[in-house]
Design a protein around this ligand. Sequence first.
Ligand code: DOR
Length: 434
Amino acid sequence: MTYNLLIRRGRVIDPASGRDEELDLLIQGDKISGMAKSIPEPEGAEIVDAAGKIVLPGLIDMHVHLREPGFGHKEDIDSGTKAAAAGGFTAVACMPNTEPAMDNDSVVYSVLRRASEKGHVRVYPVGAVTKGRAGKELAEMGEMLKAGAVAFSDDGSAVSTSHLMRCALEYLTAFGAPVIEHPEDKSLSEGGQMNLGLNSTIAGFRGIPREAEEIIVARDIALAGLTGGKLHLTHVSTAGSLELVRRAKARGLRVTCDVTPHHLLLTDDMVLESGYDTNTKVNPPLRSKEDVEAMKQGLIDGTIDAIATDHAPHHVDDKWVEYDYAEPGISGLETAVGLILDKLVRPGLISWSRMAEAMSLAPAKILGVPGGVLNEGAVADITIVDPEREFSVNTRDFKSKGKNTPFQGWRLTGMPWMTIVGGKIIMRNGTIVS
Ligand code: DOR
């Protein structure tokens, strides 16, 4: 099928080529077929007037919980991928802490089948490293790769032992797929409610030390060195973790990492200031000002490769409880772009190109999936942003079933305006049209 779309006069940002200029962009079928200053209108093409808008390679969120199978009351593939499209994402990688866990090829197949029936954006399954995510024996990762998994993680937990992590990294070198590690030593974090520090003392909560994260980061970097494997550390949150990643990169190891918008913007002061709002409870916990500053610096200097939301939708019953009973997690897909634009791009901390790199090009490279670039012949996955549009975060507007956000009521400038997947408009001005 030929589907012609002509995107007119948008400011096109392509971090791979360094391109940043006003261009027309022609889409034919599911590919970009032309990019030039002025492209004549092809017959029958839909014209999108993108003057004043920013045209980016389709954003890819490499850490999302779609909760299917097993937790449809929190989210499912339909609602989660609608939230992704509304948030300007053309693709998501979905984590395996489902019920049953995504630890074998049949669950991967079923998620992909559901995504082809109900999904609104591309869905890339992340298989479990160990069977049942139980940390006892390796799952059949080769079979899952054949079924369509792109990476492996025991997310929610770290891979339980050094031995299993070594085996996983070694095994996956044959396929080039990464292990996405959730760095947390549970023997240090168990029972913790928030970052260990003055605030946890004031609150009277058990604190989670930074070392719970950094010990696993250090262990895994050592194992990446031993095996030559591809290690991706997800939701890093401490200055110490970044120092370890910085040194690993300097050694030439195949180590990458991502940060969430909330760890870039919020500190543990918010737990107290919000009156113990359970929407501030997240794993890893919100950290100190120094850590947040280090995250920003790491994003600016490239120590941090990607921004991922760790979209963790929860049911109201999981959050409307005392702080220590609340589930950790933030519903992040529909606030990420606004937050990054308003708090990092507009004030000039990072450029548009750096944003597109962290939210599109780097995730595509790390996962080994199409997208991340805007050039002739590339897949037509495109995010168009309105940089001047102001809005207030309002969970009533969320397509996600998860209304759990600490950003409710924040006024932000800059909003996803159009999401195009494989040449088809999926979201237009906040409305899902597919
Ligand atoms: O806050 C979190 N929520 N962190 C995780 O690692 C897991 C996630 C979830 O599944 O709810």
